[in-house]
Ligand binder design. Structure first.
Ligand code: AMP
Ligand code: MG
Length: 488
């Protein structure tokens, strides 16, 4: 096991030609202090969590000392923001510190978010605020707990430094994000639109080697890679739709090539199922509303396809894009089958799921609480009452429930087995906006207890926890009034 000073850095991105990035050191953050540290992520890096001294880690993350072995750089990328191409993007407030190779041969990127200005900061100050850093830290663990692919974080530091957001001064923070891939669709768009097609190919070759080695054995590796990106993206957005997750800023620069949820901002898990939910107050047109996410992901894939035109035949790219809706539907249906405890495949399952989604929408149901209660549904009076209690018009539930009970007759598993299977995919706890808000409010007063306890809770969201039973209940009324913006 390594210590912070002896992490096994093996930096490959820095070996690209200079046009791929800007080499730059983090700008020191005033008086950094450690807020949270994630031993599970330390494990991925072969880092001995017990050897980590909070003060030292805060110095490294606060940019006061270079982390031995790191070679910080700001990646250049561009992308489509709200449908419009922006050539000026890149890491404007985060730096890739380097890559750590672990003993399993996995290569993990360490990215310091909130590290100060870079050549790509435009009008920004290069900082991340405490509020958004806590939200990212919490949700990445929550997503991981739910089994939804996501970036993660090793640690979070706070600071006395303040910056202006939405007209107010706010404390800064920095988060060390860890994932195997910081390459976004926008990386390819940069080289395509700046007509650097040799560099585009260099990047594609790198991605093939590093993330899609299986595709190298295919007749057309670049095409095989794109097809795999389409598949992974379809599976990812299917999970979002199945758990009521709204990403809220699905620009192409926030799309990970390996199909992870990436670059958290004003995201939310819906407390009540409303397909037109817009989680970002700045998204006036509702471009990134909940129900639009699958279509938007496909649109984003079409931007990536466009950027890959110098490497892949146009007809092949179109065919791969056209495969998205079917891939998505299959993945979505499977997610819902799992949540409904259906192990068998029946012809009418898609109808059963559609009708359930309609019911959710009609009643603005809390889908996550519904599925948890449905896991316990055994036909008894009590379990029926519990389920009905979630509905504003319970009589509308009855016809669907009867169909569902009929459908269960085709299943081999007994009710207790099904209950266990369903409880393994239907969380007791989900990161609701108000929970993050409570953690942020107390953190702003210097109390980080809730950040820690929510992290622990959400890491194992399927497990009951009597100490936090209130978080499994309906959210308080004030939850509806929370306003999230791009700076969230
Ligand atoms: P995001 O909305 O986080 O996806 O960021 C979009 C673009 O703005 C990226 O190029 C970011 O690096 C950049 N950016 C976001 N916040 C800041 C900031 N505070 N300072 C500088 N650049 C930023
Ligand atoms: Mg971004």
């Amino acid at each position: 096991m390594a210590q912070l000073e002896s992490l096994n850095f093996d930096n490959s991105y820095v070996q690209f030609p200079a046009g791929f990035y800007q080499r730059i050191e983090p700008t020191p953050l005033r008086d950094p202090f450690l807020i949270a540290f994630n031993p599970a992520v330390a494990g991925l890096l072969d880092l001995d969590p017990c050897s980590v001294q909070p003060k030292k880690l805060a110095q490294y993350l606060g940019g006061h000392k270079p982390l031995p072995g790191s070679e910080p750089l700001a990646m250049k990328y561009t992308g489509h923001q709200f449908g419009v191409y922006n050539p000026e993007l890149g890491d404007g407030r985060g730096l890739l510190l380097g890559e750590v190779l672990n003993q399993q041969g996995e290569r993990w990127d360490l990215h310091l978010k909130g590290a100060g200005r870079t050549a790509f900061s435009r009008f920004g100050d290069g900082r991340a605020v405490l509020r958004s850093s806590i939200r990212e830290y919490l949700v990445s663990e929550a997503m991981h707990g739910l089994g939804i692919p996501t970036t993660r974080a090793l640690a979070l530091v706070g600071s006395e430094e303040r910056v202006m957001r939405d007209g107010m001064m706010e404390p800064c923070a920095a988060l060390l994000r860890v994932t195997q891939c910081h390459i976004r669709f926008g990386h390819f768009e940069y080289f395509y639109y700046s007509r650097q097609h040799d560099q585009l190919q260099l990047l594609a070759d790198y991605c093939l080697q590093r993330f899609f080695a299986d595709c190298l054995e295919q007749e057309q590796p670049y095409l095989a890679m794109f097809q795999e990106v389409v598949r992974r993206s379809a599976r990812l957005v299917a999970k979002w739709q199945a758990y009521g997750f709204v990403h809220a800023v699905l620009n192409t620069d926030n799309m990970s090539l390996i199909g992870e949820t990436f670059d958290y901002g004003p995201y939310s898990f819906m407390d009540s199922y409303k397909p037109d939910t817009i989680s970002n107050h700045n998204d006036h047109q509702g471009r990134y509303a909940f129900a639009r996410q699958p279509a938007i992901v496909q649109w984003n894939l079409s931007c990536l396809a466009q950027a890959l035109l110098p490497l892949i035949d146009k007809e092949d790219l179109i065919a791969a894009l056209d495969s998205f809706p079917a891939l998505y539907e299959t993945a979505e249906l499977q997610e819902f089958r799992n949540r409904l405890g259906l192990q068998q495949v029946a012809e009418d399952d898609a109808v059963l799921v559609k009708e359930l989604q309609q019911l959710f929408a009609q009643q603005a149901l809390d889908m996550n609480r519904f599925f948890r209660k449905l896991s316990d549904f055994d036909g008894s009076e009590q379990s029926l009452t519990d389920l009905m209690a979630l509905c504003c018009s319970p009589e509308q539930l009855t016809p669907w429930l009867l169909k569902y009970e009929q459908r269960l007759l085709q299943e081999a598993a007994s009710q207790p087995i099904r209950r266990a299977q369903m409880r393994a995919v239907n969380p007791e706890f989900i990161l609701r906006n108000y929970m993050a808000e409570e953690a942020i409010r107390s953190a702003t007063e210097g109390d980080f207890t809730l950040v820690h306890s929510l992290t622990d809770l959400l890491r194992k969201p399927m497990q009951e926890n009597p100490d936090f039973a209130h978080y499994a209940e309906a959210p308080p009324e004030w939850a509806g009034g929370i306003c999230l913006t791009c700076s969230s």
